[in-house]
Design a protein around this ligand. Structure first.
Ligand code: OAD
Length: 235
């Protein structure tokens, strides 16, 4: 492995599993009892906004009873101490990386605690219930807020910034993601193409496992702190 200066880390639902947040692709193929197309598409929102709002209201309320685990804490420590460039890209809409203290963090699929107003196009911090049709904190209009979540068929956030970081990184690490959803699933190939070493940490081999130079299988709460200490021992 070459000398490491710049690191990109991609996380998915698996990193929050030990905190008690449900992953997406359970054995029954359902997400908390729903088909993804019934709750995570713009079409579903147009068809039945009440169902979609209540679904995300429940996920948002659940955030209050979960806490960052050892993997979130270890990545926040790495973020704080790493002297080179570092970008933590999460597909997760929970706020556990934020609460652990990560700052060089980007939520590519949006955030449960953010509201997007379809009237004024503004985004605001939000921790209430959208099904109650509250007013937009920015423009005061009622009935226009939607979850600031990237649904299937919509463009993930900050792709240009992510692609640039992937092109410049020496190490790409993927943690707790099934590798089933693009464009995130393709980041390993981009990083490799530009010459980065690539490492996967996951409970079981992801769909893209073969693309990684190195695979460590197990729980994020155990693997990630060990890996972070390894990396920081070279600083
Ligand atoms: P998935 O539910 O598809 O995958 C979670 C992965 O984490 C699986 O490969 C599990 O084996 C692994 N895993 C589970 N527990 C773990 C643990 N304790 N330690 C390490 N790994 C563990 O979730 P994502 O890959 O994040 O998109 O899903 C990607 C996107 O699909 C989500 O961001 C979401 C969803 O549709 C949007 O909402 C736009």
């Amino acid at each position: 492995m070459n000398e490491i200066n710049n690191i990109v880390i991609l996380t998915g639902a698996g990193i929050s599993a030990e905190s008690g947040v449900a992953t997406f692709r359970g054995p029954d193929g359902l997400w908390e009892g729903h088909r993804v197309e019934d709750v995570a598409t713009p079409e579903a929102f147009a068809r039945n906004s009440d169902l979609v709002q209540k679904f995300y209201d429940e996920r948002r309320a659940k955030l209050q009873s979960v806490h960052p685990n050892a993997a979130h804490a270890a990545l926040a420590k790495l973020d704080e101490k790493w002297p080179g460039d570092l970008l933590l890209v999460t597909q997760n809409v929970d706020d556990l990386h934020d609460r652990a203290g990560a700052t060089r963090l980007l939520h590519m699929h949006g955030e449960l605690n953010s509201a997007w107003c379809l009237a004024c196009d503004g985004r605001s911090h939000f921790d209430g219930e959208m099904a109650l049709d509250p007013a937009c904190p920015k423009c005061d209009q009622f009935g226009y807020l939607r979850p600031d979540i990237v649904w299937f068929g919509e463009m993930p956030y900050e792709m240009e910034r992510i692609e640039l970081a992937l092109a410049q990184c020496d190490l790409f690490v993927s943690i707790g993601t099934s590798g089933a959803v693009y464009p995130a699933a393709g980041f390993v190939q981009s990083a490799r193409h530009y010459g980065a070493h690539t490492l996967e940490m996951n409970l079981d081999p992801s769909e893209g496992s073969l693309h990684f130079h190195e695979n460590r299988m197990g729980k994020a709460g155990e693997l990630v702190p060990t890996w972070v200490e390894e990396v920081l021992s070279h600083v």
